[in-house]
Design a binder for this molecule. Structure first.
Ligand SMILES: [Zn+2]
Length: 197
């Protein structure tokens, strides 16, 4: 197998024994550049589970995937964590943070849905960006109620056990906006981000 990032045979790294028994789409040398996130973050009291430090090898791969449209990289991000995530969040439905629809159209694929598809967990995209709603001509009263950047799509029905997911957390404003759309009494909410700053 060839490494998805450097093209080297995955069995030919500096740690051949590890590589030989792994199905990791990245070679050991590329994978070791992705550093685990060491900090701790929460959003309004809900801890955010963050896998990688964004400033490590993770960010250049994410840019290649997301901004350069390299769709083939979709499975490299969560690979080492698939079992752990499926176990820790069993019973949850993944709720994807919204992307600007113009970006999705340009890219030609939904980068977040494809990144999380390897988990084989139920997922939905119930949110939309507020700016796009404004462009569609939201009424003045609905605009004034929306203090956040995103809102729930009309008619979206949320499951009880929710896992909010995103590719990277920076200020946390998107996740905070999503959180404000959800009734915390009726839903159990947890948060997972692949990368964090
Ligand atoms: Zn490599």
């Amino acid at each position: 197998m060839k490494c998805m990032l450097c093209g080297k045979r995955t069995g030919s790294s500096s740690m051949p024994l590890i590589s030989m028994f792994s199905d990791d789409p990245l070679c050991y040398d590329c994978r070791k550049l992705w550093k685990p996130y060491r900090g701790s973050r929460d959003i309004e009291g809900i801890p955010v589970d963050i896998l990688y430090d964004y400033r490590s090898g993770y960010s250049s791969a994410l840019i290649q995937y997301k901004e350069c449209g390299d769709e083939a990289l979709k499975d490299i991000f969560l690979y080492p964590y698939i079992s752990r995530i499926r176990w820790k969040y069993r019973g949850c439905t993944l709720l994807l943070m919204p992307s600007a629809s113009e970006k999705v159209r340009q890219r030609g694929f939904d980068h977040l849905a494809e990144m999380f598809a390897c988990l084989n967990m139920p997922m939905m995209s119930p949110f939309e960006k507020r700016r796009e709603i404004d462009q569609k001509g939201g009424t003045r009263s609905s605009r004034s109620v929306m203090s956040d950047n995103i809102m729930l799509k009309e008619g979206a029905e949320l499951p009880r056990k929710i896992l909010l997911v995103d590719d990277v957390i920076t200020t946390g404003s998107t996740l905070r906006g999503a959180l404000h759309c959800i009734d915390k009494q009726r839903h159990r909410i947890r948060i997972l981000c692949a990368g964090g700053v």
